[in-house]
Design a protein around this ligand. Structure first.
Ligand code: ZN
Length: 125
């Protein structure tokens, strides 16, 4: 059970609702859709859910030490319906670095990373 509210947990300590709350707290300036966000967090834990950019499933990502995260497609908007996608954690961090420093070419860089991830997965199986 969630140690905060008693709902079924999706991490060792928290439920999707409390996890969504914590993530949204970090970016208070934007408006969020908590229910939709919590649902995306639940989806990110299902074995057959997959990354919107690489197409790799949660289980395939796990084999290369990666996981699914909830990405805000437009970083200038909150966790709202239509602005969320499941994205490999490594790609999410890479995208965030590009956005943060206003670097062009994020999608090309992500493409290169996807190729590397697939090669790593082939090597892991
Ligand atoms: Zn909770």
């Amino acid at each position: 059970m969630c140690r905060r509210c008693g709902r079924i947990r999706i991490t060792p300590t928290l439920c999707a609702w409390c996890l969504a709350y914590d993530l949204e707290k970090r970016i208070r300036d934007y408006s969020h859709d908590r229910a939709e966000h919590a649902w995306m967090l639940i989806l990110s834990h299902l074995p057959e859910s997959c990354c919107a950019v690489s197409g790799l499933t949660r289980d395939e990502l796990a084999r290369i030490g990666d996981r699914l995260t909830v990405d805000r497609i437009d970083n200038d908007r909150g966790y709202t319906r239509g602005n969320m996608q499941l994205l490999a954690g490594s790609l999410n961090r890479e995208k965030w670095m590009f956005d943060r420093y206003y670097l062009p070419g994020a999608m090309q860089a992500l493409g290169g990373s996807v190729v590397r991830m697939r090669q790593e997965l082939d090597g892991a199986s």
